[in-house]
Design a protein around this ligand. Structure first.
Ligand SMILES: [Fe+2]
Length: 210
């Protein structure tokens, strides 16, 4: 009996890896960019961690874009999708920087889930304040690890990675934190707000120190 090729079982994941992998994840090949192997390995490792966390934050924004509810539904629906798009651009820049340095960028969701340091939200819907809290916490994780990676890259002479992290990743995340923080403040005005205004007015200071 002839075997119909349409019904032929595809190779399993393990077979596919053995047969098709050109470069194993975690390895760094040489590139003529006047940067030593040790520096490129260190940058690739840091960038892949930031990449995994940025992909997680990107997807969290889309989740919130779909699942948001309440009186601010429409503006949050739009804001979350704008930030999703900006995070998606960062994902591409980070992944291409890894490849530029000779590494292998983490790409698929199961691998990202294994690596990310961001706490996964549940599958179900959450209220707006919880959504905003999760976003702020995730942004801070990424900003913190990006600052440390940027300093390490500067010390090792990897100016390209340093520039990407500072000019794009850190600044974009800080900017998005501003918008999410203000949204959070609007939803939950601080109880001490009026006292701060009074204190600044009476003392004539222009600082917010308490
Ligand atoms: Fe949409």
């Amino acid at each position: 009996m002839k075997t119909n090729p349409v019904h032929k079982a595809p190779p399993g994941p393990r077979d596919t890896e053995v047969q098709t992998e050109l470069q194993r994840y975690g390895t760094v090949v040489s590139r003529p960019i006047a940067l030593n192997h040790k520096a490129r390995v260190a940058s690739v490792e840091s960038l892949n961690q930031i990449l995994a966390d940025t992909m997680t934050l990107r997807d969290m924004y889309k989740k919130h874009h779909w699942q948001v509810s309440g009186p601010d539904f429409y503006q949050l629906h739009l804001l979350f999708d704008k930030h999703y798009g900006e995070q998606a651009e960062l994902v591409d820049s980070l992944a291409e920087r890894v490849q530029t340095l000779g590494g292998v960028a983490v790409a698929m969701a199961p691998h990202v889930a294994e690596m990310t340091s961001i706490t996964s939200p549940p599958r179900g819907r959450e209220d707006v304040s919880t959504q905003l809290f999760r976003l702020l916490e995730s942004h801070e994780t990424i900003i913190d690890e990006s600052r440390r990676a940027a300093r390490a890259a500067a010390d090792s002479g990897d100016d390209g990675t340093n520039d990407l992290l500072i000019s794009d990743v850190i600044r974009t995340n800080e900017f998005q934190v501003w918008f999410i923080s203000e949204q959070n403040t609007a939803a939950h005005p601080p109880e001490e707000g009026p006292e701060i205004v009074e204190e600044l007015t009476s003392s004539g200071r222009n600082s917010t120190s308490r």
